[in-house]
Ligand binder design. Structure first.
Ligand SMILES: *Cc1c(COP(=O)(O)O)cnc(C)c1O
Length: 475
């Protein structure tokens, strides 16, 4: 491909991208497709001879596009969003064009320094302590693994990295029974053993009960185990429940346990002063992660990991550990020493674009609108007489189930599951589910960049219409 051909093609693609996003409402949110359907249309091996971009793009339109779930669709209310925005896309295009490797300062000084700058901005915007430092990771899963490994090394005097876990007493990790599966995964990868992850029961708000955390720690100490790390949730995935940060932090401090906070989704809301109280006690914690790639208009991947002090992090991951280095001391950050990857994408650029083109004020306005939209939906659900909320109101997420009159408790799970499946099959909206205290629960997340009250009203009509149809079929 020549430079001129590239420019011509790129212009066409930008046109297509603009049209796609402008008209994304017209696509079914989720494809109705059977496993193997897409692969069956692909040739099974790399073409021997070069093919033209026109031909490749045509296949993208014909084969790939009909098989994708449209994550930027304003009627995508499933899971958590991976929302994006025009400024973020523009930043990502430049990142792709430059193709930088951001492993250390020398491999691209501006990338390193911008990463330091924007993570400091975000630290201050979210109300984290001003002495904390940040780094951009690929995902919250990686950040939580990094926290576990750092905790492990700090507790063992950086010996575990040398000798492995052999000879150490069992190290124990604590999280609530509602915590994200990335903690289970992290515990496995860190070599700690999944039987050493202790799930602490939750209260009626689905938040961890601090007294039971302390009891578990004491029991473990009595048995000669080493309490290592507690992962607190600031917004669980099921219902966006928030663990009591200050009380948990205090317990962790008392027993010298690393306290990591997983705020993957709800952390974005901390840019709103009205949510700041949730961070009370944060100065007693050790690390914190949240994903601008979920609810801050920055396309995947962009996960911000903050630490109270970066020394133990670098001592864990540097190949030449900080404590073995001599001489002048480094004046720059080499982010390869702040996590697992050596090669790293230039993720700071898109975030910088997003932050500057919205300003703090613009971002706050958008998040408050999402929270308002969820409140509108919650009110409709509550007043319908057909549904019931299954979890307390939380941020921009509504958890509910279908409880039609003339049916009983035993029927509700099956009915709600059937309702959800019908809604998703329609292609008009996409919602996902969780189980809350045995209740099959539909989750509605109003976090899409361009979701509006109109979308939510249409969603409500779809849900009630589908429910009524199901009941009349049954009768
Ligand atoms: C989404 C989520 C994660 C995982 O995030 P990734 O960036 O996909 O690894 C972890 N914890 C919570 C609470 C989440 O909601």
């Amino acid at each position: 491909m020549t430079p001129d051909e590239f420019k011509k093609q790129a212009h066409m693609f930008v046109e297509w991208m603009g049209d796609y996003l402008e008209n994304i409402d017209t696509y079914p949110v989720k494809p109705d497709i059977a496993p193997g359907n897409i692969k069956g249309k692909l040739p099974g091996s790399c073409p021997e001879k070069a093919e033209g971009m026109d031909e490749i793009f045509e296949d993208f339109l014909k084969i790939i596009l009909p098989g994708v779930t449209h994550w930027q669709h304003p009627s995508f209310q499933a899971y958590f969003p991976a929302n994006s925005s025009y400024p973020s896309l523009l930043g990502e295009m430049l990142t792709a064009a430059m193709g930088l490797q951001c492993m250390m300062w020398d491999t691209s000084p501006a990338a390193t320094e911008l990463e330091e700058e924007v993570t400091n901005w975000m630290r201050d915007m979210t109300g984290l302590p001003p002495s904390w430092e940040g780094v951009i990771q690929d995902s919250a899963s990686s950040a939580t693994l990094v926290a576990l490994l750092t905790a492990r090394e700090k507790l063992t005097g950086y010996k575990c990295n040398e000798t492995g876990l052999y000879g150490f007493r069992k190290m124990r990790v604590y999280c609530s029974s509602e915590a994200h599966s990335s903690i289970d995964k992290g515990v496995k990868i860190a070599g700690l053993g999944s039987e050493n992850l202790v799930k602490i029961p939750v209260d009626e708000n689905l938040a961890m009960i601090p007294e039971l955390l302390e009891k578990a720690i004491r029991d473990d100490l009595d048995r000669g185990f080493m309490p290592l790390c507690t992962v607190g949730a600031l917004g669980t995935t099921g219902t966006v429940a928030v663990d009591p940060i200050a009380e948990t932090a205090e317990i962790c401090n008392r027993y010298n346990i690393w306290f990591h906070i997983d705020a993957a989704y709800a952390g974005s809301a901390l840019i709103l002063p009205e949510y700041r109280h949730l961070l009370k006690g944060i100065e007693m914690a050790d690390s914190f992660v949240f994903n601008p790639h979920k609810w801050l208009f920055t396309n995947f991947d962009c996960s911000l990991y903050f630490v109270k002090e970066s020394g133990s992090l670098k001592n864990t991951f540097a190949i030449t550990p900080e404590y073995l280095k001599t001489g002048s001391g480094e004046r720059v950050n080499n982010y390869r020493d702040w996590g697992i990857q050596l090669g790293r994408r230039f993720r700071a650029l898109k975030l910088w674009f997003v932050l500057r083109s919205n300003g703090l004020e613009g971002l706050q306005k958008k998040l408050r609108e999402h929270i308002r939209i969820a409140d509108v939906f919650r009110k409709m659900i509550t007043e319908s007489g057909m549904f019931e909320l299954t979890a307390p109101p939380s941020f921009n997420v509504v958890c509910f189930r279908w409880t039609p009159p003339d049916f009983s408790e035993e029927d509700y799970n099956k009915l709600t599951e059937k309702l959800l499946s019908e809604i998703n099959l329609s292609g008009k909206a996409f919602l996902s589910h969780t189980i809350v205290e045995g209740k099959f629960t539909i989750r509605m997340v109003a976090g899409q960049t361009n979701v509006s009250v109109e979308h939510i009203e249409k969603l409500y009509e779809l849900i009630t219409g589908t429910a009524k149809g199901l009941v009349s079929k049954k009768n």
